[in-house]
Design a protein around this ligand. Structure first.
Ligand code: SAH
Length: 248
């Protein structure tokens, strides 16, 4: 008798393979098939069994497999009794369309296990020494997408500007000028600190800092996470000698 199949929707973390959960590593080693996104690092994929089939369904500009086709692929593999890891960058339910995939399987009577991952929304700031909350500086953080499909409700940037706290923008590089304008129109100060963290937790990580009113003209590549708010000026891992930070 062969082992029964299963489907697990697994978060791969932000890039560094050591930031994978223990459970994700175990399921990867056990899987017959790994269906993964473009952002999943090769170090993480290397943890799959050498016999496993790796299927890249990554969304890249100009050649994205339709979400429906990915759902159909997962259904087919599940029905074949395969042990399937659907591997997504960061956390599968943070702008990963993991909810849609789990729902598509559930509608066909197939339940999948959800394995959370460390989202880039907190890992990317952390990798730059930026705490998303900091006593006396920021008591909340909002995670928002900078990328809206046609027909989707627009983000209320003015409300976010008024809410205060830290704003973490995923998929916001292309629209960063528009986002900055909208936040400033909503009352956010032009000198609000911004940090853009590119390829966080990988060997290619780089951090760019600027003011909100300079964001449009500041060169930032993708994939990057934008952090907007007072904490973006911090690097708590490299405090310059003599700099006074309030602690306690
Ligand atoms: N589910 C993922 C997010 C998917 S949306 C998560 O939880 O992290 C993809 C966006 O995430 C990118 O456009 C970028 O804004 C951000 N991102 C993903 N990996 C990143 C990394 N290593 N460094 C910086 N930003 C990253």
């Amino acid at each position: 008798m062969t082992a029964p199949g299963w489907v697990a929707l697994v978060g791969a973390g932000p890039g560094d393979a050591e930031l994978l959960t223990v459970k994700a590593a175990r399921l990867l080693a056990e899987a017959d098939v790994v269906v993964h996104d473009a952002l999943v690092s090769s170090d993480v994929l290397a943890l799959a069994s050498p016999d496993a089939e790796l299927i890249d369904v990554g969304k890249r500009p100009g050649q994205s497999p339709a979400q429906g086709l990915i759902n159909v692929l997962l259904l087919r593999l599940a029905r074949e009794g395969k042990r399937v890891v659907r591997l997504k960058g960061g956390d599968p339910f943070v702008f990963g369309r993991g909810g849609e995939e789990a729902l598509a399987l559930a509608l066909e009577g197939i339940s999948c296990e959800i394995v959370p991952g460390i989202t880039s929304a907190v890992a990317a700031p952390a990798a730059a020494g930026i705490p998303v909350t900091q006593r006396g500086v920021s008591a909340m953080f909002t995670v928002v997408t900078g990328h809206r499909q046609h027909g989707e409700k627009p983000v209320n940037w003015a409300a976010l500007a008024q809410a205060g706290g830290t704003i973490v923008v995923l998929m916001g590089v292309a629209e960063r000028g528009v986002i900055a304008e909208a936040l400033m129109a909503g009352g956010m100060a032009p000198d609000t600190p911004v940090a853009a963290i590119l390829r966080a937790t990988t060997s290619e990580q780089s951090v760019t800092r600027c003011r909100l009113d300079a964001l449009a003209l500041t060169s930032v590549n993708s994939p990057a996470t934008l952090v907007i708010g007072a904490v973006a000026a911090l690097n708590v891992c490299e405090v310059a000698a003599g700099a006074a930070y309030a602690v306690g």
